[in-house]
Design a protein around this ligand. Structure first.
Ligand code: ZN
Ligand code: ZN
Length: 108
C-alpha cells in the first residue's frame, strides 16, 4: 500500500489505538482511518446488542417451565461429579427470574 499524498510506501505503525499502515512522512491515510472507524462502530453496536439481550438469559434455550414465575425457557446447568461414579447433576436456571430447580430423574 502507498501513501495517498506522497506515494511513498506505507509502514506498519503502532499506536495506543492499535497498529495500522502509515506513511513515514506522517501523512494521514483517510481511507484506512475510515475503515477503522467503521470497525469500532460495529463493535459498539455489538456490545449494545449484548446489553439488551442480557435482560433475558441468552443461555436459557431449554424448554422448562419455571415453578416460580411460569417462564418457559431455562438454562441447563450441568454439575459433573468427577470425583465419584455418580451421575452428573442437572439443574435448570430460569431465564427470567433466575430461580434454580434441580432436575428430577436422570438425563441419559
Ligand atoms: Zn506520505
Ligand atoms: Zn422463573
Amino acid at each position: 500500500m502507498f501513501c495517498k499524498t506522497c506515494g511513498g510506501l506505507l509502514v506498519p505503525k503502532k499506536t495506543e489505538y492499535g497498529s495500522w499502515m502509515s506513511c513515514p512522512q506522517g501523512h494521514l491515510q483517510p481511507e484506512l482511518n475510515q475503515e477503522r472507524t467503521t470497525i469500532t462502530t460495529k463493535n459498539l453496536r455489538q456490545a449494545a446488542n449484548i446489553e439488551v439481550a442480557s435482560d433475558e438469559n441468552i443461555l436459557a434455550v431449554y424448554d422448562h417451565v419455571c415453578k416460580k414465575c411460569g417462564h418457559g425457557k431455562a438454562q441447563l446447568i450441568e454439575i459433573s461429579c468427577s470425583y465419584s461414579d455418580e451421575d452428573n447433576i442437572y439443574r435448570f436456571k430460569c431465564g427470567k427470574c433466575g430461580s434454580v430447580e434441580q432436575m428430577e430423574g436422570k438425563v441419559k
